[in-house]
Design a protein around this ligand. Structure first.
Ligand code: FAD
Length: 480
């Protein structure tokens, strides 16, 4: 490609000059593969398209893009999902430089090594979607579901198994925001308060007809150890028609003199909120959501049909066993990091060596040489980077992912500046076609997107999601 010297830019001149300098060093435009179209991948693309003349191919396992923004963030948080408008604009404003390949699983439809051979740089941004297991005897009982499966179900992920919602009691294990999301979606759903959101109609109906009127949110540690954020916690306390409260036994632990010294203001506010909602007199509403602490799961008991009927816990304050009846048990214990086949992985020995020189290292995670760069063999000329949940663990909100991704893009464009590329790398579009991989392009996604919004409008909803995409990928030739 010819050197791009002219940069049309509406930002201050100094920023344009900086970009112009960056662009001018490249004789050949680098070709970059981004694995994953969640916030990490898309925010990296946003910065890369500004900072370098790179051509980018984004590969996404799902038939539709944007990761947990579409399939994780709760349906009553539509304002958070608005970031997809910015992602969509990238494909409009830079249609000559960025291409989307949905329905393509790296590691299955195309190998990581094939990306290495066909790109100058690779950004791993494939998130971390595998839920940690409960590992309590009886956890295979019917209607014991992971938070990630429950979230996927109400968010319309294709082929999600519907939970049974016909029992009045539900227990949610976990003290993080995913537990709160699950509780809130049940609480709002049974009251018919999600009708305007993007929960698919048939799933909305199941929620609306649910018999659940008691939810217990159970944590193994104390009330000062919760990982809730104040916004999500407040939302649960504010669901009208539900009485949400903290068990009376937590009152003493929540007294300010018990708070750790020097805690941040945000924690003080969180503890205040918990304290304010400790149950005073007895429960009043018929729909109740109770927060219980210091309960360790010991056993799940099933009925004669193999369906969960009780969670047995040990109360670590009293050392007594307690039984919580439930027809639905959701466990929200966080997500596990995963490493794609072919990507260098930290093994036990590496971790021991790294820790000796005070470097952090977790076995089974992507082997990084620093915060952004993946530790590739020295003979490999392709640069590999990782960002977002797959790189730094499954925690943090979208804004944090955005900050990381801006920084990784800066690193990539600086690194690529140092190399004189010898040839234009081909990418793998032809390879996918030769394998008849039915990928969904951005143009096809836009058709899906428009159709979903149109279907939604007819129902007075933000969108009516498709929960099957066969009709969009059934052509003989790849959809592009
Ligand atoms: C239930 C839940 C609710 C949340 N709610 C909020 C909220 O309200 N506000 C907020 O700010 N943050 C929220 N978050 C956090 C937020 O979703 C994450 O910070 C963010 O999505 C992480 O971005 P990511 O790109 O690393 O991962 P992801 O969003 O998971 O994106 C990774 C993408 O990679 C794709 N992928 C995986 N494997 C492959 C492969 N082999 N080949 C190709 N593609 C692949 C996945 O399909 C996915 O689309 C929530 C998280 C969860 C789990």
């Amino acid at each position: 490609m010819i050197i791009r010297r002219i940069v049309i830019c509406s930002r201050p001149v100094s920023a344009c000059l900086q970009n112009a300098r960056t662009f001018s060093n490249h004789k050949i435009a680098p070709r970059i593969a981004v694995v994953g179209s969640g916030p990490a991948g898309m925010f990296t693309c946003t910065s890369l398209l500004r900072k370098s003349p790179a051509h980018i191919d984004v590969f996404e396992y799902s038939p539709v893009p944007y990761g947990l923004v579409r399939y994780g963030v709760a349906p009553d948080h539509q304002e958070v999902k608005n970031c997809i408008n910015g992602f969509d604009k990238l494909f409009v404003n830079h249609s000559d430089r960025i291409k989307l390949f949905c329905n393509v699983k790296v590691g299955q439809d195309v190998a990581f090594d094939e990306l290495v051979s066909n790109y100058d740089a690779i950004v791993l941004a494939y998130g971390s979607y595998r839920q940690r297991k409960l590992q309590t005897p009886g956890d295979k009982s019917t209607n014991v579901v992971s938070g990630s499966d429950f979230v996927a179900w109400y968010n319309g992920v294709p082929n999600s198994k519907a939970p049974l919602l016909d029992n009045s009691e539900a227990v949610i294990i976990g003290n993080g925001n995913v537990a709160l999301d699950c509780a809130r979606i049940i609480s709002l759903g049974v009251l018919g308060k999600l009708n305007e959101t993007d929960v698919p109609l048939e799933r909305l109906k199941l929620l609306e007809n649910a018999a659940i009127n008691r939810i217990k949110i159970v944590g193994r540690r104390g009330p000062l150890d919760v990982s809730f954020t104040i916004k999500e916690l407040r939302e649960q306390f504010r669901v009208e028609g539900w009485q949400s409260y903290i068990e009376a036994a937590a009152r003493e632990e929540l007294e300010p003199e018990k708070w750790p010294a020097g805690i941040e203001r945000k924690h003080q506010r969180l503890f205040e909120l918990l304290r304010k909602h400790v149950l005073g007199s007895g429960p009043t509403d018929d729909k109740q959501c109770e927060f219980l602490f210091r309960r360790v799961s010991k056993e799940i008991k099933a009925d004669e049909n193999g369906r969960v009927k009780e969670l047995i816990v040990e109360n670590t304050r009293t050392k007594q066993r307690e039984a919580f009846p439930c027809g639905l048990l959701i466990y929200c214990l966080g997500y596990e990091s995963m490493v794609l086949d072919g990507v260098p992985k930290n093994d036990k020995v590496t971790c021991i060596l790294r820790k000796r020189v005070n470097m952090s290292c977790f076995e089974g995670t992507i082997a990084m040489s620093d915060y952004w760069r993946v530790s590739m063999p020295s003979a490999c000329s392709t640069r590999v980077y990782a960002t977002g949940w797959c790189a730094h663990g499954p925690q943090g909100v979208i804004v944090q992912t955005q900050q990381q991704s801006a920084a990784v893009a800066e690193t990539i464009s600086t690194d690529l500046e140092q190399i004189q590329l010898q040839e234009q790398k081909p990418g793998v579009a032809d390879l996918l076609k030769s394998r008849s991989v039915r990928y969904i392009s951005w143009e096809k996604w836009k058709q899906i997107d428009e159709a979903e919004k149109e279907r939604g409008k007819l129902q007075g909803k933000v969108r009516e999601k498709f929960t099957a995409f066969d009709q969009f990928v059934s052509d003989k030739s790849p959809v592009n």
